[in-house]
Design a binder for this molecule. Structure first.
Ligand code: SF4
Ligand code: ZN
Length: 305
């Protein structure tokens, strides 16, 4: 097998594109393909100010790298989750990376603003990952809005998108399926959210990060993603091995044929603004402000005890 562009030895073969590429040609293909996805879904233009949610992992750092390389105005946002050494190492990777590309980085320290994920988990009946997802989404939106960014970009890849699609289809979670799209437009206090890597597999983003010398955190978060996510990814990989191209087709055909129908199912439920912090929420007080109140009460009780 040879690189389709230059005929040299390939570093990757992508069966879903029937494409083998060498190091250099893969990197430039990856960048062009990102830009094509951005344009195809109307994610943003060079006029937009983009905030990239970075965790220190390969996907988000590679995304930030590519967007800057393509000439977009992209800064980073890191939410420090207070998960021991894992969070410390991630923060250092993100800060070093921001410095190396000379880009702006915003930092939210959850341990100061609210409480770290392990403490939140102790105070709540919800799982660490569900709390983490909630406070991250909250902070991504709040910071983007407060700092005047028009777009919030995340590094979700095809494996993330296809596996959550499969899980939500199995449970016929129509509300979720009606919002499963790589662009969610700005509305009712939410900034526009985009996923420019939604068509790349995990293997492709990892290779791009490695080829570009991007230093990312390789270790898993100690809470790790819940077992069901890993299970659905594994099932899709097994199907992919047997029938190459299925994963991408499953996702893209959903977007093309099925999403427009589920979109109608999305609840129109009027969103108000939280009376404490002003973020969008269906309740009078948003879940993060309720959590904050619980923490304050807990501290009061412990001091009084
Ligand atoms: Fe947060 Fe769970 Fe991911 Fe850890 S594995 S960063 S707790 S969502
Ligand atoms: Zn609130």
């Amino acid at each position: 097998m040879r690189c389709r562009i230059c005929g040299r030895k390939p570093v990757i073969y992508m069966p879903h594109h029937r494409l083998a590429l060498c190091r250099e040609d893969f990197a430039s293909w990856f960048e062009r393909y990102t830009d094509r996805t951005v344009r195809e879904f109307g994610m943003f233009t060079s006029e937009d100010r983009i905030l990239v949610a970075v965790s220190g992992g390969k996907d988000s750092l590679a995304l930030w790298h590519v967007l800057r390389k393509l000439g977009y105005r992209a800064d980073g946002l890191y939410v420090h989750l207070g998960i021991g050494d894992y969070s410390e190492r991630s923060r250092r990777k993100v800060e070093d990376f921001a410095r190396s590309i000379g880009a702006g980085l915003l930092l939210v320290d959850l341990t100061q603003e609210l409480a770290g994920i392990p403490d939140l988990e102790r105070l709540s009946a919800r799982s660490a990952c569900s709390l983490c997802g909630m406070v991250k989404r909250y902070n991504f939106n709040r910071v983007a809005r407060e700092h005047g960014y028009s777009v919030l970009a995340t590094g979700h890849n095809l494996d993330d998108e296809a596996s959550s699609l499969l899980a939500n289809l199995i449970h016929w979670n129509l509300k979720y399926l009606g919002r499963k799209y790589p662009v969610l437009e700005e509305e009712g206090g939410f900034v526009r959210k985009v996923k420019p890597f939604c068509k790349f597999t995990e293997k492709e983003t990892a290779l791009y990060a490695l080829l570009n010398g991007i230093e990312f955190v390789e270790e898993e978060c100690p809470f790790s993603e819940d077992a069901s996510t890993i299970f659905y990814k594994d099932i899709l990989n097994r199907i992919e091995e047997r029938f190459p191209g299925t994963k991408l087709r499953f996702y893209l055909e959903y977007l093309r044929k099925v999403y427009p129908r589920f979109r109608e199912e999305e609840e129109e439920g009027a969103l108000g603004l939280c009376r404490v912090c002003g973020e969008p929420t269906p309740a009078e007080v948003c879940p993060v402000c309720r959590l904050r109140e619980r923490i304050l009460n807990f501290k009061k009780d412990s001091n009084g005890a």
